[in-house]
Write a protein of this length. Sequence first.
Lengths: 479, 423
Amino acid sequence: MGGISQLLETARRALLAQQYGISVTGHNIANASTPGYSRQRADFTATPPAQSNLGLLGTGVTVDSVSRLRNRFIDQQIRSSNDSLGSATSDNQILSQIEATFNEPSDSSLSAGLNAFFASWQSLSTHPEDAVSRNALMLQGTQLTDTFHRLYSQVDTFRNSLSDEFTAKVDRINVLSKEISDLNVDITATTTGGLNPSDMLDLRDTKITELSNLANITVSEGSHGAALVFLGGTSIAGNGTSLALRVDAGVPVSVSGTTVQQMRVVTELGGTPVNLTGGETGSILKSFNTTIPDTLGRLNQLASAIISGVNQEHSAGFGRQQPPRTGINFFTGTDAASIAIDLTDPAAAPGSNPSIDNIAASSSATAAGDNSIALAISGILDKRPLVSAGGATLLDGLSVSEYYNRTVTNIGSAVNRADTIVTSQELVISQLTQQQDAVSGVSLDEEMTNMIKFQRAFDAAARVVNTVSQMYDTLIQMV
Amino acid sequence: MRITDNAIVADFLTNLTRSRERINRLNVQLSTQKKLQKVSDDPIMANTLLRLNVDLSRLDSYKTNVVDGKSTLKMTADSLGKVSDILQNVKGLLSGSTSADPSFLAKLSDQMDQYLNMSMDIANTQFDRKYIFGGTGTMAPPFVSSGAPQTVTYQGNADAIKFQVGDGISSVVNVSGAAAFASTGEINFTGLLDRAAPVNSIVTTTVGMTDGNGVAHSVLMTMQKTGANSWALSPAMPPGATDATVSGGTATVTFDPATGALASIVRGAPLIVTPAATPTAQATSPMTIMIRGTGLSEGTPAGGASTLTGTHTNISVFNQLIALRDTLRSGAQPSADDVAMISVMQDVVMREQARAGTLSTNLTTSDEYLTAQREHLLDLRSAKQDVDLTEIGMKLKQEEVMLDAALSAAAKIIPKSLLDFLT
């Protein structure tokens, strides 16, 4: 049987253990609202028993370890959903901006401009000799070209602004991968020392989650708790090593008939291309390289078809000059950025071009009241297929209005689709987070209960000390 | 499952945001009265709406065209009615020119000059800043008077002005001066018919003429002996010719048995030569021709066979009036042929007036159809894009109740903690 001092030792251990328990509870309560924090638990175990003549006798309690309560499988699932969510959220933001630029359906949109422009040719067809109709047509033509310019430059400017955002996000990836690799060093050192680096693991998990939102990463476990991060197969963060990335100009490529400069991501050293397909950066890269150039290309094709269609008819007609002249183009330019009113008559006095007199409504030099050219041009909006002067079918065989509607509807559908993905991924992540929270989250009620438990146990242990102290007193008085 | 404070808060916030989003969406729909704010709200419906807007814009153009066309045609019909009235007056004036008194005839000639000027003014009417009787030559007065002796020449053309009044449907909205005032003329026959020829023997001649589009036609005129001193004239297209069709143009010609001079010419309906439509000629206004035989006589031809020649002359209403005026001024009385010619011309003017009326009626029919079509499209668009206020109101109320419930529940549950019960 152990002596009285053994009793005191047991009580001391109990006091220390309960104090440790309250300390862990206090840490949990303090971090109740910390994002990414995993609940910790003081694992109590009984100390090895002492041999006595009556058998084994308990020697008290000790805190064996502090566990970090976290389900790593759920973490993996959250990361992979985060990749899709980041990508869809970014898609949604980018495409919504383009959709807003098109501003359909409204009175200030390109579709309204097209309708008004071709309706002006109809109204010219009833007054082919009239200056008022010609002025109105000229105005609508200018508005149409302005709308084309505005749309094109807004979409193009927006595309360029994406490259800045992209560079900033790639920089962030570099910072995160550096931080993760540094944390890996600390974590492996702590783990090797036999300790549990809970808070460092939480911090690293937060960084990895942020990274998973930015790009299509995969994480695998290295020795001693190191997390190895790969981006599209390229290792970007290891144990103490990280690979910096940079944005590089890609090869120019033709999208929907328009040649654009692309972007790509390469390693800082060596310039090896990295396969970036997911997350926010993947979405931006796709928008910059493909989606937006496609929209720009379609705008260009539309403008080019209108220029070609209108000019083919117009140049065959006669204007209102004296004597009436033919062979004058209504539009000049080749695409959405360069489309402009031409109406230049080489035979006219200098400074008098462009003139409404050069608008050709009549198919005959002698019949000012003839309207066949005006009628033919007014029909171009719904004419299909439009054929270029060289005989090529334009706009995939669709009419101007159909082609434009399809362009706009495509963008709308893409926004709609991204919206649906965002909603569903948010739901998935919220459920996964809830599941993770069920394991890792801090419940204040639970912590309070634990605290009372530890406090009571502390009180009781103190009472044991008290009792032992009295026992000592009794013994001393006996002597 | 452990439910932590964070889980309760996160759950509540997510649901609150969704509820607010739905309420906001309904609110926007309510204030804009439109289901669709952006294409992405419903891409398929947006596509339909864009297409409907194109259709409606086109229909609006057609409707404007119909209104313009109808007013031009109304002006045209009114003007032709006035010219017809003037020609009626001319006929009255001519029937009163029985006296050979030169001063009386001079007065009549002054009156005729008035009628000439009035009808010229009408033919050169401008409506909506264009000359309505010039065909597609709408910028210059179609009828120009010049020279001495005065002649009126037509400067316009016979082309039709077509307005688009439906998808693939064009409607003619003009009557050219060529058709109304300058498509009349005469064929004057000269020749010596064989008095001794047996009954039913025939003599033919081919008469050339040029229509308002400048296309040349030939008509075969046949004179057949029907009895002593009596011949019947009938027209036909030369065998195999398809460039025009003919109608009317018959006449019975009798000669004085003693002198062989033309005794009478009894005309049926005037000869109407209607050119066939050709791809190049837009309009085919028929030529209305009166038969005259001022150079015809009966006798014994030197070669033994009858001779017959016909010459076509185009006479516009105005040149006829000029001729009548000048005849009266010279102190001569107008011939019965001159009076008959005015009748023919009046008939043509009235025919063209009726045509303008028919074209206008056609436009009214188009207009009714367009209006109905527009109503349907507007209904369809409204059904697609306009919100049902009752439905939105109900949904909004429902969302409001749900939001209230969620907030009230959250207000009760979130603040609850074990701490409240610890002393």
